[in-house]
Design a protein around this ligand. Sequence first.
Ligand code: UD1
Ligand code: UDP
Length: 364
Amino acid sequence: MKIINIVGARPNFMKIAPLMEAYRSRPEITPILVHTGQHYDEEMSDLFFRQLGIPRPDLNLEVGSSSHGRQTAEIMKRFEPVVIEEEPDLVVVVGDVNSTIACGLVAVKLGVKLAHVEAGLRSFDRTMPEEINRVLSDAVSDLLFCTEQSGVRNLLNEGVGEEKIHLVGNVMIDTLLKHRERAEGSGVLEELGLSPDGYAVLTLHRPANVDDPEVFSGIVAALEEIQKDLPVIFPVHPRTRDRVAEVLTPRRLSKLPGLRPIEPVGYLDFLKLMAESRLVLTDSGGIQEETTILGVPCLTIRENTERPVTCEVGTNRLAGVRTETILAAYRDISSGEGGGGEIPPLWDGRAAERIVDILLRGRH
Ligand code: UD1
Ligand code: UDP
């Protein structure tokens, strides 16, 4: 069984790592790893391959950055001959980035079966580029692997056949559980002069938050207050870099001693930073899930989430994107409100094994 596996952007690497590992003990499977090159900076790509022990990609399509249409089209153009040449039995895509839908479309149009890992998640907000990628990828997939029950429900509501849907758990959590102990050894707290429980971690990269100057300024106004209480460590995503430079000028930053923009950090350091923090502020998808497992309060700077289980049983809370709503949520958390701390069903470190079992059972 020849399987082409697709990665492109940072969160894809944590999701593919346990699958590549699970294939290793199944000689019936010949995996091929294709990197689209959507993310390419050392600290957005290669670093994760080394830290997570992901094999070197068999091929890098090197598409780089551009507009949505151009990037998606370029990935399709470069991936199509690969599928024609390799004649795989299956293509596996993960997550909800442009690489996911681009490669998924190429596969199905060539009559190759498609599996989507992390299927069914819905924010019901079609202004989010990821929502379009999620809906379309699921619509053309033959096998849909869900992380949470809401995903199953959404797919059934959209008319997807029950036989295609499998609730398997969360591959991103497979990776977290595998590397948690190793991450404890990270020296990042010492490097940044932080003490456990004495700081917050912040990430921001949703276009709706960082590309809109008004929204971004409102978020920064909330951070101005929060940094008075505790240092806010802010690994800056490349999308956010220019906006940060524009808004957080050296002069303004000098008045915000607690707000500390840094380069994006590797997986192990980031895991350690989250695990030891008092709270995490983020608009990331995956970080809402990781904080749920770590039991760290998460303020999600968004109006909605496609990962509702993290709010229902986990430590996640939707804080909105306005200064007042973010500060209100922050005050609640600071006064000890918001419990959570339960682990969603099947987030046990064995999702990839379940997926591989199902792939082999089906023998596509
Ligand atoms: C992409 C995904 C998003 C995901 C995020 C994870 C889409 C539509 N978006 O968003 O769902 O949450 O990755 O991190 O697929 N850049 C660099 N170096 C890099 C990569 C990007 O400098 O290695 C800069 C470029 O200026 C680029 C911008 O970041 O234009 C945005 O990159 P892109 O991959 O288009 O979208 P992300 O915002 O990273
Ligand atoms: N992450 C990391 N270093 C950072 C920020 C995030 O290793 O500086 C990890 C994080 O732990 C999670 C993944 O990157 O595993 C989330 O990716 P991102 O937020 O870019 O994408 P999203 O999940 O929003 O699609």
